[in-house]
Design a protein around this ligand. Structure first.
Ligand code: BES
Ligand code: ZN
Length: 628
């Protein structure tokens, strides 16, 4: 097969740029910093002409105005000396721009593109090797979520966090917001007394109300992240720890006690952890994701704290991103599977090391079944790993496909080449591509050269082109099967033949088994049966939010009104999109359900992050401005 769009980025550069690359002397930068960046459909930046390589941020956080203001200084590599600097900016108020000598530079802020925001173009003088932009965020800056004290656990102080992935960093910092453009950064953040600022960087301390940070390894802009709140820290080991609100920090530390063991397992599997510390920040329940792999400081939903460590695969996942994603990064959002598929595979391997194969197999099978369910509803074109996202928002590519199909691809390679050989390959891959952003075709080339070519007979067992560039699941996809979940299937069969649920053998079942049980419920479940199940297993009272979320969806689908109150409370407090989406979708299936959804949403919407409202607005045909 021929992929005309897959030519190496080098060949797309003009000769002038190559000359500039070679002659870039007045502006010393490591060779790494000026490697060509592939074209990114989701950024206005022109990093092959002028490249930002360091970001120096100075911001004051104003909770009353819900605005951060100050300046950013951007260090530049001038590959094309005649070119202006083009940045991404979204919902920002730009005050002015100055050059290296401190004098003003002309700039234009183009009208915003609906998906990408504005191009901010700054004219440069020949001697400029940096610019300073003075700016302020606005309440419409989607990366920032401002929480009232009532939205926190302790209820005493406000909270702010940022979420950069995929293309939101441009709404709180004007920069070249493409994952192919790696930057180091430094920051000074002024926050009100009594609040602590944390970032995806080394925390250098507090001086006169200013928190200072430094990230010395080049990272993609979507990984620049800030959290501000009433926070306390607990060490878990010499290099791991957790930040959380004071009333929760001990419980959080208990749940996360295996973190150091996970880091050790990860290092044993695929090479050294290269970021120094691995800390975690527990966010309020409005956080729209399960976890976000901000370097040195994973951001976590509080919904993963079930009290029994049953949901800690989330930590294995975000930790794994310290290799797949943060060290070797998807160069564009078409290559998102490189981040998430590799991470999902790595996550499963960490879980196997720390908790044994049975736990990992259960989780793999649940992941696989999720993929099969969602794939059935998807446009086949969106089931391609190297997905075409032109004209679309990158988050539309964030489905089970990059995660689960991506992981199955690596699992297939492991099967063919054997674990030892495959682990050796992955370790070398992370090492050879460390601190680089790569495309799917570059991954493919690396795979062919370093794994497939070494053993053509085994390589013949996998059609790499089909896996990467074709829709659907190849016939050779491994099919995870867990004996523990087979036990659950047995119980589900008994349930079908009208046994009362108390007779089922659920002894010693763990969270993953309960999830499989609930996902396997017959479509014709009655409200009476729901009540009977609830009387036996107390699902409505579950404090495991994964179990609760599936149960609440069933309650909507089967008209089990006794869970109504719990549902409303859940929707009013939890902002995690993965939970909200199925619940609102289920509600929207009937007229009365949709009416109820609108009533709840009218109240809950101001508490959700834009990431979540973006999805739920569509589900409910919500017009911005509807009874807000
Ligand atoms: N990097 C993702 C979160 C993300 C994806 C943010 C796309 C923005 C756009 C993170 O690592 C992730 O995958 N989180 C999952 C949990 C994981 C265990 C599957 C989540 O939030 O549910
Ligand atoms: Zn992930």
């Amino acid at each position: 097969m021929n992929h005309p769009s897959l030519t190496s980025p080098l060949s797309t550069l003009g000769a002038g740029v190559l000359l500039a690359l070679a002659g870039c002397r007045s502006n010393p930068a490591s060779a790494e910093a000026v490697l060509p960046v592939p074209l990114d459909a989701h950024s206005h930046a022109e990093p092959n002409r002028v490249r930002v390589r360091h970001v120096d941020l100075d911001l004051t956080v104003d909770f009353a105005a819900r605005v951060a203001s100050g300046r950013v200084e951007l260090d530049l590599v001038r590959l094309d000396p005649s070119a202006p600097l083009v940045l991404d900016a979204l919902a920002l108020e730009i005050q002015d721009a100055t050059g290296s000598d401190g004098t003003p530079r002309d700039f234009t802020l183009a009208p915003p593109d609906e998906l990408l925001g504005s191009a901010l173009t700054i004219e440069l003088e020949p001697w400029d090797d940096s610019v300073v932009v003075r700016y302020a965020t606005t309440p419409a800056s989607e990366a920032m979520q401002w929480l009232t004290p009532e939205q926190t656990r302790d209820g005493t102080h406000p909270f702010l966090f940022t979420q950069g992935e995929s293309i939101l960093t441009r709404s709180w910092i004007p920069l070249q917001d493409s994952p192919g453009v790696r930057v180091t950064y430094a920051a000074r953040i002024r926050v009100p007394d009594g609040l602590t600022a944390v970032m995806s960087a080394e925390q250098l301390g507090l001086e006169d109300g200013v928190w200072r940070f430094r990230m010395e390894r080049p990272i993609p802009p979507y990984l620049i992240a800030l959290g501000v709140g009433r926070l306390e820290f607990r060490a878990l080991s010499a290099r791991c720890g957790v930040w959380a609100e004071p009333s929760f920090v001990d419980a959080a530390a208990a749940e996360l006690e295996d973190t150091e063991a996970m880091v050790r397992s990860a290092e044993k599997l695929f090479g050294p952890y290269r970021w120094g510390r691995y800390d975690m920040l527990v966010l309020p329940p409005a956080f729209p994701y399960g976890g976000m792999e901000n370097p040195r400081l994973t951001f976590l939903t509080p919904t993963m704290f079930a009290g029994d460590k049953s949901l800690v695969s989330l930590i294995a996942h975000e930790l794994a991103h310290s290799w797949s994603g943060n060290l070797v990064t998807n160069a564009t959002w078409r290559d998102f599977w490189l981040n998430e598929g590799t991470t999902t595979y790595f996550e499963q391997r960490i879980m196997e090391e720390v908790y044994g194969p049975a736990r990992s197999e259960m989780e793999q099978q649940l992941g696989y079944e999720g993929l099969v369910r969602s794939k059935a509803e998807m446009d086949p074109r969106d089931t391609v790993l190297f997905i075409d996202l032109s004209g679309r928002h990158p988050d539309e590519g964030s489905t089970d496909v990059p995660y689960e199909k991506g992981a199955l691809f690596l699992r297939r390679l492991e099967q063919l080449f054997g674990r030892e050989r495959f682990d050796e390959f992955l370790t070398e891959y992370f090492d050879a591509n460390a601190f680089r952003s790569i495309t799917t075709p570059e991954f493919e080339a690396y795979l062919r050269a370093h794994l497939l070519a070494s053993d053509p007979a085994r390589a013949a067992g996998v059609d790499v082109e089909e896996w990467l560039y074709e829709p659907g699941l190849p016939a050779d996809a491994p099919r995870p099967a867990s004996a523990e979940l087979a036990r659950v299937d047995e119980a589900l069969r008994l349930l079908g033949s009208a046994a009362t649920s108390a007779e089922l053998d659920t002894d010693g079942w763990v969270t993953q088994q309960w999830l499989h049980f609930l996902e396997g419920m017959p479509a014709d479940l009655t409200a009476e049966r729901m009540a009977e199940l609830d009387a036996t297993f107390a699902f409505t009272a579950s404090d495991n939010d994964e179990i609760l979320a599936v149960w609440l969806r069933l309650a909507i689908a089967h008209g089990y009104a006794a869970a109504d109150e719990r549902l409303e409370l859940f929707l009013m407090t939890v902002g995690r999109r993965k939970f909200l989406q199925p619940l609102y979708t289920e509600l929207a299936k009937t007229e009365s359900g949709k009416l109820r959804a609108h009533q709840i949403y009218a109240q809950a919407r101001p508490r959700y992050h834009s990431v979540s409202t973006g999805t739920i607005d569509d589900i409910l045909d919500w017009e911005r401005g509807d009874s807000e």
